[in-house]
Design a protein around this ligand. Sequence first.
Ligand code: NAD
Length: 472
Amino acid sequence: MTDRYASFVRSGAGRALVKRLGLPDPPRLRRYAVGDPLLPGPVLLGAADGSRLAAQVARLLRDAGVEVDDAGVEVDDAGVEGGDAPTGSAPDPATGQPPRRGALVYDATGITDSTGLRQLYDFFHPQARSVLPSGRVIVLGTPPAGCGSPREATAQRSLEGLVRSIGKEFGRGVTAQLVYVTPDGDAGTATSLEATLRFLLSGRSAYVSGQVVRVGTGTATAPADWNRPLAGQVVLVTGAARGIGAAVARVLARDGAQVVALDVPAAGDALAAVVNEIGGTAVQLDLTGADAPARLADHLADRHSRVDVVVHNAGITRDRTLGRMDADRWDAVLDVNLSSQERINDVLLERELIPEGGRLVAVSSIAGIAGNRGQTNYATSKAGVIGLVDALAPALAGRGISVNAVAPGFIETRLTARVPLVIREAGRRMNSMAQGGLPVDVAETIGWLAWPASGAVSGNVVRVCGQSLLGA
Ligand code: NAD
């Protein structure tokens, strides 16, 4: 549905009013189109003394066609020797302003003590106004659990506060993320770091901000063409007839996947329209049916002999406060949103239809993180999805299968169009982007987690919520 307020504030009269009254000012977000450059301008790359990733990052950014200013730090494979003021912060002599940046990328892996955090201020302070609209801020760190000392773990954990605050402060569609990269990396780590940076820098991550992504180890394969990162993959998308699921089917097909789109028989016409558009195949099946997992597994085995990616998107709401909720509402939501996922995973894994390099991506919700009045059933099911990721990711690592979830915030769909007006407006504005997300924003995030190149990204729950204040 349309966001009339956003359309109004982008008009001439609206702009003046927003400025005068200090009203929320939803920016136009930069969204991905095939062939787009990664960024609208050059990257300023900085690094703390002794950091370990800057040389690799400089190389992969340049290979991706990005202009990189490495800020005067001595970036080489032996690590970083920095400490001087970044040359990139020198004002442009013509304008007196710092040069405009598509992104600021800072390798903070060298910070081993809280006193070293001052290097963050020294790098970011002069750049605070230099980032272009819909630009990006990315900080690279070491996961606290992988640090060599309590002081290093403390300093690395501090990075979260910086990144989440920058996400709230910079505005104009600029996003900020923290990427923790394991210090015990393998070849998969390098490939998945590249995949993650390509996602986070591009317009694919328009509505993802304030997130912490962990890159570990695992089976990860770079694509021949980063414009078709899912080429040759067989993908199942549940709940694909409309809303977020239909957007997932479209985005994954655009990125080269063969899509098997599933929905209930009652949604057959809408499902047929989606598969006709993308050249996929349709499965009409109610996931809650007793024989649904076996029928689905038979279909995938007969037609494709495997399924590389399973996207558990189908979901329902049956809202009531707990005291007024009948057992049927509880049961229906738990069954569709959680138990059916477990039953399908079990059968597909038992029959070894998900090969090495496979991906499970589930759709949770920020309600599963923060809870929500009137949604005890829904929030229970969506928190369960996060539990499923926590439990299955380590259990399936040995089989080379990654398990992740996305947690959407307020996304403009039929589901949110039914929300009462005042709550709907609050949901739209109470985030760093001051607007609701689009189904395509969730779809792009699922797509990245599904890429063969993302295998070392497992056990993550990535919110697609414009950095919502709910569940913050
Ligand atoms: P939607 O209602 O538009 O689409 C859900 C689809 O799932 C429908 O096509 C429906 O027919 C299908 N489905 C439902 N029960 C099924 C069953 N038993 N078997 C097979 N298919 C079934 O919803 P949406 O907004 O696109 O949401 C998609 C997912 O995203 C859901 O899991 C939802 O909980 C989650 N989510 C949405 C939002 C949002 O703001 N829209 C926010 C957070 C999470």
